[in-house]
Design a protein around this ligand. Structure first.
Ligand code: TXE
Length: 486
């Protein structure tokens, strides 16, 4: 790899690396071994201030450029990311622990897709003409919001930086991005690449830190929009703080999504869906279908096939491309998962496979399946955010739909069935923002992604993201005389 794990400095502000060693130390840990691979400093007030002032100084000129010009820079950045995919993926693997087999296809590539997609869209962000009779008319202008703050989670650091940065920049905004303190490395490379592609300094700044840095960014009156990917408790705090300043928000939060498998489903395909929806990225995916409802007729066949297929999970050096199951991201996260595994056993769920933490350095735990899970168990109600699948039985469609929706969350939902009529009936009934029929967890940039209920507000990706990074100005034009009552 050509990238050093230790970046030149902690932050990327105003087109260059910036350091302030007065900030608290952030140790970056390689989850596969527990070794410290880099040390950074949390942003101080001075760093945050420079991030804000340089962003504001650059934003108006950026918004005044044509969409074609802005888009060209984003598309160039997409090309650079693709050229450097291998190095970026190795870095992402060190940052998150996710196996290289995954990071090579799901992180910088997904980020590049977002840059390419929104780069392509930038020139077509227009308003409309509204005829009003008698020659009078109105038109709308789509305008940038100004300064946007992006706050990331640790599971998809590159992807999250790009899913927020690309639409923000395409619309003519500046963005300050704060990665999760657990995975601070990759977003710095996104900033570097954008500047290399021609992005003027100040338009995409990266500042490091915990909520102590995120908090002041959210409340700063100069910030117009906040987009967060994280947990529901943090989302609630950030949303409330943003509301004080009447800021635009996008909240991409957690879930406990249902995946419903009817007994007419193709068994192997359904097992693949359940594996993708529970064990990809070691289960650390917000949209995971962790409540797997299996119709009674195929329950035992499903569990048998699933157990067989799980033998194909290969743990080991995440940089070995044949490894397909990595460690969890941190000691904190694995200990949360261990507590839930113990809770599931205490509650009387049947541990079908897995559940054990490996006796070695790093944060390794086996892919875990519980069967005979009931709706009221804690493991069926709370987001675990790890490789723990809960299998629940059901008898019929109406019953399973009601149970699937009986949650405070509403991020995603999936159904496997050979009956397409039933499939469409089910997705029409799901209380969830992102649904899948005979598939699970696909997230192409062309499709809106996001949740309802406690899982969030707004949508990322697709044309719909444009509405969350711009606003309309309406202009009324009178061609005849303007009259008044007196
Ligand atoms: O998330 P947090 P964490 C869920 C998952 C996991 C839990 C905790 O259930 O177990 O979240 O993960 C920043 N003002 N997800 O601790 O705490 C924080 O620094 C402004 C789901 O990583 O929500 C980080 O950058 N910012 C998720 C980001 O918010 C604040 C993926 C998220 O932190 C802040 C990851 C504050 N007051 C975890 N407090 C998903 N939806 O995919 C914290 N932050």
């Amino acid at each position: 790899m050509t990238y050093d794990l230790q970046p030149p400095a902690s932050h990327y502000v105003n087109g260059r690396y910036v350091e302030d060693t007065a900030g608290a130390v952030i140790e970056v840990i390689y989850p596969a071994t527990g070794a410290v691979i880099a040390k950074l400093h949390e942003a101080t007030e001075a760093v945050i201030e420079e991030a804000i002032t340089s962003a504001l100084a650059a934003q108006k000129a950026w918004a005044a450029m044509s969409g074609t010009e802005r888009g060209r820079i984003l598309r160039r950045a997409a090309d650079i990311m693709r050229e450097r995919n291998h190095d970026l993926s190795v870095l992402e693997t060190h940052d998150t622990g996710k196996p290289l087999q995954e990071t090579l296809v799901a992180d910088a590539t997904s980020g590049a897709d977002a840059l390419e997609y929104f780069g392509g869209l930038a020139a077509s962000l227009t308003g409309e003409h509204i005829p009003l009779g008698d020659g009078n008319f109105a038109y709308t202008m789509r305008e940038a919001l100004g300064l946007c703050v992006g706050i990331g989670a640790w599971n998809y650091p590159t992807q999250i930086a790009c899913w927020k940065g690309a639409p923000a920049l395409a619309c003519g905004n500046a963005m300050i991005f704060k990665p999760s303190e657990t995975t601070p490395l990759s977003a710095l490379k996104v900033a570097e690449i954008l500047v290399e592609a021609g992005l003027p300094a100040g338009l995409f700044n990266v500042v490091q830190g915990t909520g102590k840095v995120g908090g002041p960014l959210v409340t700063d009156p100069r910030v117009n929009k906040v987009s967060l990917t994280g947990s529901v408790p943090t989302g609630r705090k950030v949303y409330a703080a943003a509301a004080e300043g009447m800021k635009h928000v996008t909240m991409e939060l957690g879930g406990k999504s249902p995946l419903v498998i009817f007994d007419d489903a193709d068994l192997d395909s359904a097992v693949s869906g359940a594996i993708n929806g529970n064990f990809y990225s070691t289960g650390q995916v917000c949209s995971n279908g962790t409540r797997v409802f299996v119709q009674k007729g195929i329950k035992e066949a499903f569990l048998a096939r699933l157990t067989e297929r799980l033998k194909g999970a290969k743990m080991g050096d995440p940089l070995d491309e044949s490894v397909n199951f990595g460690p969890m991201v941190s000691e904190n996260q694995i200990s949360i998962v261990e507590r839930y595994v113990a809770k599931g056993q205490e509650e009387g769920a049947r541990l079908v496979t897995g559940g054990k933490r490996l006796d070695q350095d790093g944060y390794w735990i086996e892919p875990t399946v519980f069967a005979d899970v009931t709706d009221d168990m804690v493991i069926a109600r709370e987001e675990i955010f790890g490789p723990v699948m809960c299998v629940l039985d059901f008898e019929d469609e109406a019953e399973v739909l009601a149970r699937a929706n009986d949650t405070e969350f509403g991020l995603a939902a999936g159904v496997f069935t050979a009956d397409l009529t039933r499939a469409h009936r089910m997705v029409a009934g799901f209380e969830a923002g992102t649904c899948f029929i005979n598939s699970y967890n696909d997230a192409p940039v062309e499709v809106p992604f996001g949740g309802s209920k406690m899982s969030g507000v707004g949508r990322e990706n697709a044309k719909s993201a444009i509405n969350h990074y711009s606003e309309l100005k309406s202009v009324f034009v009178r061609l005849d005389a303007c009259e008044a009552a007196f």
